[in-house]
Ligand binder design. Structure first.
Ligand code: UD1
Ligand code: CA
Length: 458
Protein backbone atom coordinates (compact mmCIF):
# COMPACT_ATOMS: atom_id res chain seq x y z
CA UNK A 1 0.00 0.00 0.00
CA UNK A 2 1.17 3.53 -0.81
CA UNK A 3 2.24 6.00 1.88
CA UNK A 4 -0.70 7.95 3.22
CA UNK A 5 -0.58 11.58 4.33
CA UNK A 6 -3.54 13.39 5.82
CA UNK A 7 -4.54 17.03 5.80
CA UNK A 8 -7.22 18.27 8.19
CA UNK A 9 -8.83 21.59 7.27
CA UNK A 10 -9.38 23.51 10.46
CA UNK A 11 -8.58 27.15 9.80
CA UNK A 12 -12.00 28.53 8.84
CA UNK A 13 -13.74 31.06 10.99
CA UNK A 14 -16.96 29.18 11.61
CA UNK A 15 -19.04 32.36 11.27
CA UNK A 16 -22.31 30.43 11.14
CA UNK A 17 -21.74 29.04 14.66
CA UNK A 18 -22.05 32.62 16.02
CA UNK A 19 -19.66 31.66 18.78
CA UNK A 20 -16.67 32.90 20.71
CA UNK A 21 -15.42 29.31 20.61
CA UNK A 22 -13.59 28.42 17.45
CA UNK A 23 -15.71 26.06 15.30
CA UNK A 24 -13.66 22.85 15.21
CA UNK A 25 -13.25 23.06 18.98
CA UNK A 26 -16.97 22.81 19.64
CA UNK A 27 -17.47 19.55 21.49
CA UNK A 28 -19.59 16.67 20.26
CA UNK A 29 -20.29 14.22 23.11
CA UNK A 30 -17.71 16.09 25.15
CA UNK A 31 -14.85 15.96 22.65
CA UNK A 32 -13.88 18.73 20.20
CA UNK A 33 -14.94 17.95 16.62
CA UNK A 34 -11.41 18.12 15.25
CA UNK A 35 -10.24 15.62 17.84
CA UNK A 36 -12.89 13.13 16.71
CA UNK A 37 -11.52 13.55 13.19
CA UNK A 38 -7.92 13.01 14.27
CA UNK A 39 -8.91 9.96 16.37
CA UNK A 40 -10.41 8.33 13.29
CA UNK A 41 -7.52 9.29 10.99
CA UNK A 42 -5.11 7.81 13.51
CA UNK A 43 -6.63 4.41 12.77
CA UNK A 44 -5.23 4.60 9.22
CA UNK A 45 -1.50 4.46 10.01
CA UNK A 46 -0.61 7.61 8.13
CA UNK A 47 2.95 8.79 7.57
CA UNK A 48 2.04 12.28 8.65
CA UNK A 49 -0.99 14.34 9.64
CA UNK A 50 -0.95 18.06 8.90
CA UNK A 51 -3.67 20.24 10.40
CA UNK A 52 -4.29 23.60 8.75
CA UNK A 53 -4.87 26.15 11.47
CA UNK A 54 -5.82 29.83 11.32
CA UNK A 55 -8.55 31.23 13.54
CA UNK A 56 -7.80 30.10 17.07
CA UNK A 57 -4.62 28.37 15.87
CA UNK A 58 -3.00 28.32 19.30
CA UNK A 59 -6.07 26.78 20.90
CA UNK A 60 -6.33 24.05 18.26
CA UNK A 61 -2.64 23.24 18.67
CA UNK A 62 -3.02 23.14 22.44
CA UNK A 63 -5.87 20.67 22.00
CA UNK A 64 -4.21 18.31 19.51
CA UNK A 65 -0.63 18.79 20.70
CA UNK A 66 1.84 16.43 19.03
CA UNK A 67 -0.82 14.27 17.42
CA UNK A 68 -0.44 16.41 14.29
CA UNK A 69 1.95 18.75 12.52
CA UNK A 70 0.58 22.21 11.74
CA UNK A 71 0.54 24.63 8.84
CA UNK A 72 -0.73 28.16 9.37
CA UNK A 73 -3.24 29.69 6.98
CA UNK A 74 -3.04 33.35 7.90
CA UNK A 75 -5.96 34.49 5.77
CA UNK A 76 -8.88 32.18 5.09
CA UNK A 77 -9.13 32.39 1.33
CA UNK A 78 -10.84 29.05 0.84
CA UNK A 79 -10.32 25.31 1.17
CA UNK A 80 -7.88 25.06 -1.78
CA UNK A 81 -5.80 27.88 -0.34
CA UNK A 82 -5.86 26.01 2.98
CA UNK A 83 -4.36 22.85 1.46
CA UNK A 84 -1.67 24.91 -0.32
CA UNK A 85 -0.33 25.83 3.15
CA UNK A 86 0.77 22.20 3.58
CA UNK A 87 2.86 22.28 0.39
CA UNK A 88 6.19 22.92 2.12
CA UNK A 89 5.60 19.83 4.26
CA UNK A 90 4.01 17.45 1.77
CA UNK A 91 4.68 18.89 -1.71
CA UNK A 92 7.38 16.52 -2.90
CA UNK A 93 6.07 13.30 -1.33
CA UNK A 94 5.13 10.15 -3.22
CA UNK A 95 1.83 8.76 -2.05
CA UNK A 96 -1.78 9.43 -1.30
CA UNK A 97 -3.04 12.54 0.47
CA UNK A 98 -6.30 12.27 2.29
CA UNK A 99 -8.06 15.59 2.92
CA UNK A 100 -10.71 15.75 5.63
CA UNK A 101 -12.63 18.74 7.03
CA UNK A 102 -12.26 19.40 10.73
CA UNK A 103 -16.01 19.95 10.96
CA UNK A 104 -17.10 16.42 9.99
CA UNK A 105 -16.83 14.74 13.41
CA UNK A 106 -18.73 11.57 12.50
CA UNK A 107 -16.38 10.31 9.79
CA UNK A 108 -15.02 6.83 10.61
CA UNK A 109 -11.74 5.03 9.94
CA UNK A 110 -13.50 2.21 8.06
CA UNK A 111 -15.06 4.66 5.58
CA UNK A 112 -11.74 6.39 4.94
CA UNK A 113 -10.13 2.97 4.47
CA UNK A 114 -12.77 2.04 1.91
CA UNK A 115 -12.19 5.38 0.16
CA UNK A 116 -8.43 4.79 -0.07
CA UNK A 117 -9.00 1.23 -1.29
CA UNK A 118 -11.37 2.43 -4.02
CA UNK A 119 -8.87 5.13 -4.99
CA UNK A 120 -6.11 2.58 -5.42
CA UNK A 121 -8.27 0.00 -7.19
CA UNK A 122 -9.51 2.52 -9.74
CA UNK A 123 -6.01 3.91 -10.20
CA UNK A 124 -7.40 7.42 -9.85
CA UNK A 125 -5.60 10.70 -9.29
CA UNK A 126 -8.48 11.94 -7.15
CA UNK A 127 -11.33 10.12 -5.41
CA UNK A 128 -14.20 11.97 -3.76
CA UNK A 129 -16.17 10.56 -0.88
CA UNK A 130 -19.77 11.27 -1.82
CA UNK A 131 -23.11 10.58 -0.15
CA UNK A 132 -26.77 10.75 -0.99
CA UNK A 133 -28.44 13.57 0.94
CA UNK A 134 -32.20 13.97 1.20
CA UNK A 135 -31.61 17.65 2.00
CA UNK A 136 -28.45 18.57 0.10
CA UNK A 137 -28.70 22.30 0.80
CA UNK A 138 -25.35 23.91 1.58
CA UNK A 139 -23.24 21.04 0.27
CA UNK A 140 -21.27 20.93 -2.96
CA UNK A 141 -23.05 18.80 -5.62
CA UNK A 142 -21.40 16.04 -7.63
CA UNK A 143 -21.92 16.67 -11.34
CA UNK A 144 -21.53 13.57 -13.48
CA UNK A 145 -21.14 13.38 -17.25
CA UNK A 146 -23.26 11.27 -19.58
CA UNK A 147 -20.99 8.27 -19.08
CA UNK A 148 -21.65 8.51 -15.31
CA UNK A 149 -18.14 9.61 -14.41
CA UNK A 150 -17.60 12.68 -12.21
CA UNK A 151 -16.84 15.80 -14.17
CA UNK A 152 -16.82 18.43 -11.42
CA UNK A 153 -18.20 19.62 -8.10
CA UNK A 154 -20.35 22.72 -7.93
CA UNK A 155 -20.84 24.63 -4.66
CA UNK A 156 -24.42 25.19 -3.55
CA UNK A 157 -24.07 28.96 -3.89
CA UNK A 158 -22.74 28.67 -7.46
CA UNK A 159 -25.17 25.98 -8.60
CA UNK A 160 -28.00 26.38 -11.10
CA UNK A 161 -31.53 25.16 -10.29
CA UNK A 162 -30.89 21.88 -12.13
CA UNK A 163 -27.58 21.37 -10.33
CA UNK A 164 -29.22 22.09 -6.98
CA UNK A 165 -31.66 19.26 -7.66
CA UNK A 166 -28.74 16.80 -7.53
CA UNK A 167 -28.75 14.85 -4.27
CA UNK A 168 -25.27 13.38 -4.48
CA UNK A 169 -23.07 15.62 -2.35
CA UNK A 170 -19.40 16.22 -1.74
CA UNK A 171 -18.69 15.13 1.83
CA UNK A 172 -15.51 17.21 1.95
CA UNK A 173 -13.33 14.09 2.29
CA UNK A 174 -11.12 13.17 -0.64
CA UNK A 175 -7.98 11.31 -1.50
CA UNK A 176 -5.50 12.50 -4.07
CA UNK A 177 -2.29 11.45 -5.66
CA UNK A 178 -0.13 13.85 -3.68
CA UNK A 179 1.85 15.33 -6.57
CA UNK A 180 -1.21 15.72 -8.81
CA UNK A 181 -2.97 17.53 -5.97
CA UNK A 182 -0.27 20.17 -5.46
CA UNK A 183 0.16 20.64 -9.24
CA UNK A 184 -3.57 21.15 -9.74
CA UNK A 185 -3.85 23.54 -6.79
CA UNK A 186 -1.66 26.02 -8.70
CA UNK A 187 -4.46 26.41 -11.23
CA UNK A 188 -7.39 27.00 -8.89
CA UNK A 189 -8.93 30.44 -9.25
CA UNK A 190 -11.34 32.37 -7.01
CA UNK A 191 -13.80 33.39 -9.66
CA UNK A 192 -16.99 32.26 -8.00
CA UNK A 193 -19.85 33.64 -5.93
CA UNK A 194 -17.85 33.53 -2.68
CA UNK A 195 -14.57 34.78 -4.16
CA UNK A 196 -12.77 31.81 -2.55
CA UNK A 197 -10.26 29.25 -3.75
CA UNK A 198 -12.31 26.04 -3.70
CA UNK A 199 -10.60 22.70 -3.18
CA UNK A 200 -13.36 20.90 -5.13
CA UNK A 201 -12.20 22.81 -8.26
CA UNK A 202 -9.14 20.52 -8.31
CA UNK A 203 -11.45 17.80 -9.64
CA UNK A 204 -12.37 19.70 -12.79
CA UNK A 205 -8.74 20.71 -13.31
CA UNK A 206 -7.47 17.11 -13.11
CA UNK A 207 -10.33 15.91 -15.29
CA UNK A 208 -9.43 18.49 -17.95
CA UNK A 209 -5.85 17.21 -17.87
CA UNK A 210 -7.21 13.78 -18.77
CA UNK A 211 -6.69 12.21 -15.35
CA UNK A 212 -8.94 9.56 -13.80
CA UNK A 213 -11.38 10.86 -11.18
CA UNK A 214 -13.27 8.41 -8.99
CA UNK A 215 -16.10 8.75 -6.56
CA UNK A 216 -16.81 6.44 -3.69
CA UNK A 217 -20.34 6.77 -2.39
CA UNK A 218 -20.91 5.88 1.24
CA UNK A 219 -24.41 4.72 2.17
CA UNK A 220 -24.15 6.59 5.46
CA UNK A 221 -24.89 10.26 4.97
CA UNK A 222 -24.92 10.62 8.75
CA UNK A 223 -21.23 9.91 8.91
CA UNK A 224 -20.43 12.79 6.62
CA UNK A 225 -22.53 15.47 8.29
CA UNK A 226 -20.70 18.81 8.11
CA UNK A 227 -21.27 20.99 11.15
CA UNK A 228 -21.63 24.61 10.10
CA UNK A 229 -24.13 25.85 12.69
CA UNK A 230 -25.62 24.93 16.06
CA UNK A 231 -28.51 23.07 14.49
CA UNK A 232 -26.10 20.70 12.76
CA UNK A 233 -24.07 20.55 15.97
CA UNK A 234 -27.04 19.16 17.89
CA UNK A 235 -27.68 16.70 15.05
CA UNK A 236 -24.05 15.54 15.23
CA UNK A 237 -24.39 15.17 18.98
CA UNK A 238 -27.51 13.02 18.56
CA UNK A 239 -25.87 10.79 15.96
CA UNK A 240 -22.64 10.41 17.91
CA UNK A 241 -24.56 9.63 21.08
CA UNK A 242 -26.54 6.93 19.30
CA UNK A 243 -23.33 5.46 17.86
CA UNK A 244 -21.55 5.35 21.23
CA UNK A 245 -24.56 3.90 23.03
CA UNK A 246 -25.00 1.23 20.37
CA UNK A 247 -21.36 0.20 20.73
CA UNK A 248 -21.84 -0.35 24.49
CA UNK A 249 -25.12 -2.20 24.05
CA UNK A 250 -23.53 -4.54 21.48
CA UNK A 251 -20.75 -5.18 24.00
CA UNK A 252 -23.22 -6.31 26.66
CA UNK A 253 -24.22 -3.17 28.54
CA UNK A 254 -27.93 -2.54 29.19
CA UNK A 255 -28.89 1.05 28.45
CA UNK A 256 -32.49 1.39 29.53
CA UNK A 257 -33.21 4.55 27.52
CA UNK A 258 -30.43 5.34 25.02
CA UNK A 259 -32.03 8.64 24.08
CA UNK A 260 -31.56 9.88 27.61
CA UNK A 261 -28.11 8.49 28.31
CA UNK A 262 -25.01 10.54 27.56
CA UNK A 263 -21.75 8.64 27.31
CA UNK A 264 -18.49 10.21 26.16
CA UNK A 265 -16.32 8.61 23.46
CA UNK A 266 -13.56 7.57 25.88
CA UNK A 267 -15.72 5.83 28.47
CA UNK A 268 -15.52 2.06 28.93
CA UNK A 269 -18.20 -0.04 30.59
CA UNK A 270 -18.11 -3.73 31.54
CA UNK A 271 -20.76 -6.23 30.51
CA UNK A 272 -24.02 -6.66 32.42
CA UNK A 273 -23.80 -3.18 33.82
CA UNK A 274 -27.16 -1.39 33.66
CA UNK A 275 -27.25 2.30 32.88
CA UNK A 276 -30.49 4.04 33.81
CA UNK A 277 -31.88 7.21 32.18
CA UNK A 278 -30.51 10.67 32.83
CA UNK A 279 -26.96 9.43 33.27
CA UNK A 280 -23.90 11.29 31.97
CA UNK A 281 -20.60 9.43 31.87
CA UNK A 282 -17.71 11.51 30.62
CA UNK A 283 -13.96 11.92 30.34
CA UNK A 284 -11.76 8.90 30.89
CA UNK A 285 -14.29 7.01 32.97
CA UNK A 286 -14.05 3.24 33.37
CA UNK A 287 -16.93 1.27 34.85
CA UNK A 288 -16.67 -2.42 35.65
CA UNK A 289 -19.12 -5.29 35.20
CA UNK A 290 -22.50 -5.82 36.85
CA UNK A 291 -22.82 -2.25 38.08
CA UNK A 292 -26.02 -0.25 38.33
CA UNK A 293 -25.53 3.36 37.32
CA UNK A 294 -28.26 6.00 37.53
CA UNK A 295 -30.89 7.11 37.14
CA UNK A 296 -29.71 10.72 36.97
CA UNK A 297 -26.04 10.30 37.76
CA UNK A 298 -23.03 12.25 36.54
CA UNK A 299 -19.67 10.49 36.57
CA UNK A 300 -16.59 12.18 35.16
CA UNK A 301 -13.01 10.85 35.03
CA UNK A 302 -13.71 8.05 37.50
CA UNK A 303 -12.59 4.47 37.77
CA UNK A 304 -15.37 2.26 39.12
CA UNK A 305 -15.05 -1.44 40.01
CA UNK A 306 -17.58 -4.26 39.61
CA UNK A 307 -21.05 -4.71 41.19
CA UNK A 308 -21.09 -1.09 42.31
CA UNK A 309 -24.34 0.88 42.54
CA UNK A 310 -24.41 4.64 41.96
CA UNK A 311 -27.90 6.13 42.09
CA UNK A 312 -28.86 9.79 41.56
CA UNK A 313 -25.35 10.98 42.41
CA UNK A 314 -22.36 12.87 41.07
CA UNK A 315 -18.74 11.68 41.13
CA UNK A 316 -15.64 13.38 39.73
CA UNK A 317 -11.96 12.43 39.33
CA UNK A 318 -12.15 9.62 41.85
CA UNK A 319 -11.52 5.91 42.26
CA UNK A 320 -14.45 3.85 43.40
CA UNK A 321 -14.03 0.15 44.20
CA UNK A 322 -16.24 -2.92 43.78
CA UNK A 323 -19.49 -3.55 45.65
CA UNK A 324 -19.64 0.09 46.60
CA UNK A 325 -23.04 1.64 47.18
CA UNK A 326 -23.44 5.35 46.49
CA UNK A 327 -26.50 7.55 46.75
CA UNK A 328 -29.14 8.55 46.24
CA UNK A 329 -27.97 12.19 46.25
CA UNK A 330 -24.31 11.79 47.13
CA UNK A 331 -21.46 13.95 45.84
CA UNK A 332 -18.02 12.42 45.41
CA UNK A 333 -15.60 15.25 44.72
CA UNK A 334 -12.13 14.97 43.14
CA UNK A 335 -9.25 12.95 44.51
CA UNK A 336 -11.37 10.60 46.54
CA UNK A 337 -10.71 6.88 46.80
CA UNK A 338 -13.40 4.54 48.00
CA UNK A 339 -12.27 0.95 48.62
CA UNK A 340 -14.49 -2.09 48.08
CA UNK A 341 -17.77 -2.40 49.97
CA UNK A 342 -17.89 1.25 51.01
CA UNK A 343 -21.28 2.87 51.45
CA UNK A 344 -21.85 6.56 50.85
CA UNK A 345 -25.51 7.30 51.44
CA UNK A 346 -27.89 10.14 50.86
CA UNK A 347 -26.72 13.74 51.21
CA UNK A 348 -23.13 12.81 51.89
CA UNK A 349 -20.36 14.91 50.36
CA UNK A 350 -16.92 13.35 50.12
CA UNK A 351 -13.91 15.44 49.06
CA UNK A 352 -10.26 14.38 48.77
CA UNK A 353 -10.92 11.54 51.16
CA UNK A 354 -9.85 7.92 51.31
CA UNK A 355 -12.32 5.37 52.64
CA UNK A 356 -11.01 1.90 53.57
CA UNK A 357 -12.85 -1.33 52.87
CA UNK A 358 -16.36 -1.64 54.25
CA UNK A 359 -16.56 1.84 55.77
CA UNK A 360 -19.85 3.68 55.78
CA UNK A 361 -21.16 7.22 55.85
CA UNK A 362 -24.80 6.55 55.31
CA UNK A 363 -26.49 9.89 55.83
CA UNK A 364 -26.01 13.66 55.78
CA UNK A 365 -22.25 14.09 56.24
CA UNK A 366 -19.33 16.11 54.95
CA UNK A 367 -16.10 14.14 54.84
CA UNK A 368 -13.32 16.23 53.29
CA UNK A 369 -9.53 15.98 53.53
CA UNK A 370 -9.86 12.75 55.46
CA UNK A 371 -8.27 9.36 55.76
CA UNK A 372 -10.85 6.87 56.88
CA UNK A 373 -9.69 3.33 57.68
CA UNK A 374 -11.65 0.16 57.09
CA UNK A 375 -14.91 -0.84 58.79
CA UNK A 376 -15.47 2.65 60.11
CA UNK A 377 -19.02 3.78 60.78
CA UNK A 378 -19.63 7.48 60.37
CA UNK A 379 -22.91 8.49 61.93
CA UNK A 380 -25.52 10.74 60.44
CA UNK A 381 -24.60 14.42 60.39
CA UNK A 382 -20.86 14.01 60.98
CA UNK A 383 -18.67 16.83 59.74
CA UNK A 384 -14.94 16.98 59.25
CA UNK A 385 -14.15 20.58 60.16
CA UNK A 386 -11.29 20.86 57.71
CA UNK A 387 -10.95 24.56 57.02
CA UNK A 388 -9.97 27.49 59.22
CA UNK A 389 -10.65 30.09 56.56
CA UNK A 390 -7.09 29.89 55.23
CA UNK A 391 -5.78 26.34 55.33
CA UNK A 392 -7.15 22.81 55.01
CA UNK A 393 -6.35 20.16 57.64
CA UNK A 394 -6.50 16.39 57.70
CA UNK A 395 -8.86 14.23 59.72
CA UNK A 396 -7.74 10.66 60.35
CA UNK A 397 -10.23 8.03 61.45
CA UNK A 398 -8.57 4.67 61.99
CA UNK A 399 -9.91 1.15 61.39
CA UNK A 400 -13.06 0.10 63.19
CA UNK A 401 -13.78 3.50 64.74
CA UNK A 402 -17.38 4.55 65.35
CA UNK A 403 -18.36 8.18 65.02
CA UNK A 404 -21.65 9.02 66.69
CA UNK A 405 -24.27 11.15 65.00
CA UNK A 406 -23.87 14.88 64.64
CA UNK A 407 -20.19 14.98 65.57
CA UNK A 408 -17.70 17.64 64.53
CA UNK A 409 -14.15 16.42 64.00
CA UNK A 410 -12.04 19.57 64.15
CA UNK A 411 -8.95 18.93 62.02
CA UNK A 412 -6.12 18.25 62.34
CA UNK A 413 -7.36 15.44 64.53
CA UNK A 414 -7.14 11.66 64.78
CA UNK A 415 -9.63 9.13 66.05
CA UNK A 416 -7.53 6.05 66.75
CA UNK A 417 -8.36 2.41 66.08
CA UNK A 418 -11.62 1.09 67.45
CA UNK A 419 -12.38 4.33 69.31
CA UNK A 420 -15.89 5.68 69.83
CA UNK A 421 -17.09 9.25 69.57
CA UNK A 422 -20.29 9.97 71.43
CA UNK A 423 -23.11 11.56 69.48
CA UNK A 424 -23.09 15.34 69.40
CA UNK A 425 -19.38 15.66 70.26
CA UNK A 426 -17.03 18.32 68.99
CA UNK A 427 -13.68 16.55 68.90
CA UNK A 428 -10.58 18.74 69.01
CA UNK A 429 -8.03 16.29 70.48
CA UNK A 430 -6.88 12.83 69.54
CA UNK A 431 -9.15 10.01 70.68
CA UNK A 432 -6.97 7.09 71.89
CA UNK A 433 -7.49 3.49 70.71
CA UNK A 434 -10.57 1.68 72.00
CA UNK A 435 -11.60 4.77 74.07
CA UNK A 436 -14.79 6.72 73.96
CA UNK A 437 -14.72 10.50 73.68
CA UNK A 438 -17.65 12.56 74.85
CA UNK A 439 -17.24 16.23 74.09
CA UNK A 440 -20.52 17.95 74.76
CA UNK A 441 -22.15 19.82 77.62
CA UNK A 442 -23.89 17.64 80.19
CA UNK A 443 -27.64 17.70 80.20
CA UNK A 444 -29.29 19.72 82.97
CA UNK A 445 -32.98 19.24 83.72
CA UNK A 446 -34.59 22.24 85.43
CA UNK A 447 -37.53 20.81 87.32
CA UNK A 448 -40.83 22.66 86.97
CA UNK A 449 -39.15 25.37 84.93
CA UNK A 450 -42.07 25.61 82.54
CA UNK A 451 -44.45 26.18 85.46
CA UNK A 452 -42.21 29.07 86.52
CA UNK A 453 -42.18 30.94 83.25
CA UNK A 454 -45.75 30.14 82.21
CA UNK A 455 -47.64 29.83 85.51
CA UNK A 456 -51.06 28.21 85.24
CA UNK A 457 -53.76 30.34 86.95
CA UNK A 458 -55.33 27.63 89.02
C1 UD1 B 1 -17.21 22.39 2.02
C2 UD1 B 1 -17.05 22.07 0.52
C3 UD1 B 1 -18.37 21.47 0.02
C4 UD1 B 1 -18.73 20.25 0.82
C5 UD1 B 1 -18.74 20.55 2.32
C6 UD1 B 1 -18.83 19.26 3.11
C7 UD1 B 1 -15.54 23.75 -0.42
C8 UD1 B 1 -15.42 25.00 -1.18
N1 UD1 B 1 -16.77 23.29 -0.19
O1 UD1 B 1 -18.21 23.38 2.15
O2 UD1 B 1 -18.25 21.13 -1.36
O3 UD1 B 1 -19.98 19.76 0.42
O4 UD1 B 1 -17.51 21.21 2.73
O5 UD1 B 1 -19.00 19.49 4.49
O6 UD1 B 1 -14.54 23.16 -0.03
N2 UD1 B 1 -11.38 25.93 5.96
C9 UD1 B 1 -10.07 26.32 6.09
N3 UD1 B 1 -9.64 27.45 5.44
C10 UD1 B 1 -10.46 28.18 4.65
C11 UD1 B 1 -11.81 27.77 4.53
C12 UD1 B 1 -12.24 26.63 5.19
O7 UD1 B 1 -9.28 25.68 6.78
O8 UD1 B 1 -9.99 29.17 4.09
C13 UD1 B 1 -11.83 24.72 6.69
C14 UD1 B 1 -12.94 24.99 7.69
O9 UD1 B 1 -12.41 25.23 8.97
C15 UD1 B 1 -13.73 23.71 7.65
C16 UD1 B 1 -13.47 23.13 6.27
O10 UD1 B 1 -12.35 23.81 5.75
O11 UD1 B 1 -13.30 22.78 8.64
C17 UD1 B 1 -14.65 23.32 5.33
O12 UD1 B 1 -14.95 24.70 5.23
P1 UD1 B 1 -16.45 25.23 5.27
O13 UD1 B 1 -16.42 26.70 5.17
O14 UD1 B 1 -17.16 24.62 6.42
O15 UD1 B 1 -16.97 24.63 3.89
P2 UD1 B 1 -18.46 24.25 3.50
O16 UD1 B 1 -19.18 25.47 3.11
O17 UD1 B 1 -19.06 23.40 4.52
CA1 CA C 1 -18.48 22.74 6.56
Amino acid sequence: MANIYAVILAAGQGTRMKSKLYKVLHPVCGKPMVEHVIDQISGLHTEQIVTIVGHGAEKVKAQLQDRSAYALQEEQLGTAHAVVQAESMLGGKEGITLVVCGDTPLIQTSTMEALVKHHEETDAKATILTAHAEKPDGYGRIIRGEDGSVSRIVEHKDASETERAVKEINTGTYCFDNKSLFDALKNVSNENVQGEYYLPDVIEILKAAGETISAYQTDSFDETLGVNDRVALSEAERLMRARINERHMRAGVTIVDPQNTYIGPDVSIGSDTIVHPGTMLSGHTTIGEDCTIGPNSEIQHCEVGNQTVIRQSAAFDSRIGSNVNIGPFAHIRPQSTLADEVKIGNFVEVKKAVFGKGSKASHLSYIGDAEVGSDVNIGCGTITVNYDGKNKFLTTIEDGAFIGCNSNLVAPVTVKKGAYVAAGSTITDEVPEESMAIARARQVNKENYVQKIFPKND
